[in-house]
Design a protein around this ligand. Structure first.
Ligand SMILES: NC(=O)c1ccc[n+]([C@@H]2O[C@H](COP(=O)([O-])OP(=O)(O)OC[C@H]3O[C@@H](n4cnc5c(N)ncnc54)[C@H](O)[C@@H]3O)[C@@H](O)[C@H]2O)c1
Length: 325
């Protein structure tokens, strides 16, 4: 009996925080995965060895031949410049990755006959200072940073230019956190706090700590990607928890997990930060049959444990590298 050929997928940004978790899940589901990443913020070591890693910028013209050769039926577009602060410092670089890169990825995917396109974008940096909470998908779009604007523009390219043969999904994510997270993304506050607590260092909070965010665990986001790639028609949805958590509350929950007792140090608020951010997820519940399952406490514990083991692993690697003579 002839063996069935495994399905193929492409994950751009698959060496990054969320992308690497998406790659893990797709491989568990039996996909052969091509990761396209320029390693600007991602790590080669976060890509499983069974996945193929192509070091390439998503805005590069090599995208067309790469995707044509791979013939993936699904593409999950995670690659992006994700730092709001960097986007303010260098909006051209941000636009190159997030606007040109998304247009290029879409064009190459369409030319290669890819039938499913999942685009990860921001819910937190899209709606501006909210007119009401939680923000649903119909909320006015008022990005306050070049990053919010470039991610929104990518969304517009997708909804405008995707061919009829392609089913697409736009996932507007809240503040994502979890193991392997770097400190500069939107949910980076969790990894910053956890790293400082792990090292016994003081933790700084911008403003009074009463500002709120919607923190969603990376495993729940990956579940949403899987639900989106099985959707029967194209869709734009928020992915969050619909729960507003203050930064002070987050500090307390993580301190309890880390056994950390120092009080936070309050510093000047960051200009341009929205006071409250919370996403309505009724549409994802209804239309994707998706809901987040990870409580904040469980997600923070996983994140902290992941960080502890990665610190131990890197110490072990360093020890192995020490010359023995
Ligand atoms: N982390 C969050 O809280 C959050 C919230 C909302 C939306 N998002 C979106 O989710 C996606 C993944 O974010 P993340 O938090 O995993 O960030 P990340 O920085 O860990 O991952 C981004 C990956 O894209 C790669 N990359 C960047 N520019 C590239 C380019 N021009 N060409 C090829 N590869 C490139 C990086 O090397 C990295 O591996 C992004 O699209 C981001 O906008 C993240």
């Amino acid at each position: 009996m002839a063996s069935k050929t495994p399905p193929r997928a492409v994950v751009t940004g698959g060496a990054g925080f969320i992308g690497s978790h998406v790659v893990d899940r797709l491989m568990k589901l039996g996909y052969r995965v091509l990761v396209i990443d320029n390693l600007a913020s991602g790590s080669r070591s976060d890509v499983p060895s069974a996945a193929l890693l192509e070091e390439c910028d998503v805005a590069d013209s090599r995208m067309e031949p790469l995707l044509a050769k791979w013939q993936g039926e699904l593409l999950v577009h995670c690659a992006a410049q994700v730092s709001v602060a960097s986007s303010v410092r260098d909006p051209v670089l941000d636009a190159h990755s997030n606007i040109v890169g998304t247009a290029r990825t879409l064009q190459a995917a369409a030319a290669a006959g890819c039938r499913r396109f999942v685009y990860l974008t921001t819910g937190g940096a899209l709606y501006g200072e909210p007119r009401y909470l939680p923000c649903d998908e119909a909320h006015q779009i008022v990005p306050l940073s070049p990053y919010g604007l470039s991610k929104w523009t990518g969304e517009c390219y997708l909804t405008l230019l995707a061919p009829d043969s392609m089913v697409w999904a736009v996932l507007r994510l809240a503040n994502v956190y979890g193991p392997r997270q770097r400190a500069d993304g939107e949910g980076g506050v969790v990894s910053i706090f956890a790293k400082r607590m792990k090292s016994g260092l003081p933790v700084e909070i911008h403003g009074d700590g009463q500002q709120t965010r919607d923190f969603v665990y990376v495993g729940d986001v990956v579940d949403a990607v899987v639900a989106a790639m099985n959707a029967t028609s194209s869709i734009t949805v928020n992915i969050g928890t619909e729960r507003a958590v203050s930064v002070l509350e987050l500090h307390g929950a993580l301190s309890a997990i880390a056994g950390y007792s120092k009080p936070p140090v309050f510093i000047a608020p960051r200009p341009g930060d929205v006071r409250h951010s919370q996403l309505a997820i009724g549409k994802a519940r209804r239309e994707l049959d998706w809901s987040p399952h990870t409580t904040l406490e469980a997600g923070l514990a996983e994140t902290y444990a992941g960080m502890a083991s990665s610190v131990l692993e890197s110490q072990a690697v360093r020890r192995r590298r020490v010359p023995t003579q």
